[in-house]
Design a protein. Structure first.
Length: 115
């Protein structure tokens, strides 16, 4: 399974972006998936997760602003980001939550929020 994230860009504080991640190969629909972000020099942070049946969980820093969703028919996980803040600036990645199911990290998609 390969992961390709897209949808990032430059946006002003308070704006919105919608990220998408497409997985190839089999087994996607059963995978507990997550969106992660990383700032240079810091560890990768898990910001939102979604199970195969759609149960979600969020980091406190994004709760109420970000919404994760998935379309198992299209092997896609999405992240709707509203009310963006400069501290949301990072490279965003998707991958499985379970280390044993995790695939090689793709290039991610850059999100930059200007103040």
């Amino acid at each position: 399974v390969q992961l390709q994230a897209c949808g990032g860009g430059l946006v002003q504080a308070g704006g919105s972006l919608r990220l998408s991640c497409v997985a190839s190969g089999s087994g996607f629909r059963s995978r507990h998936m997550g969106w992660y972000r990383q700032v240079p020099g810091k560890e990768r942070e898990l910001v939102a997760t979604i199970t195969g049946i759609g149960s979600t969980n969020y980091a406190d820093s994004v709760k109420g602003r970000f919404t994760i969703s998935r379309d198992n028919a299209k092997n896609t996980v999405n992240l709707q980001m509203n009310g963006l803040k400069p501290e949301d600036t990072a490279i965003y990645y998707c991958n499985a939550v379970s280390v044993s199911q995790r695939q090689p990290w793709g290039q991610g998609t850059q999100v930059t929020v200007s103040s």
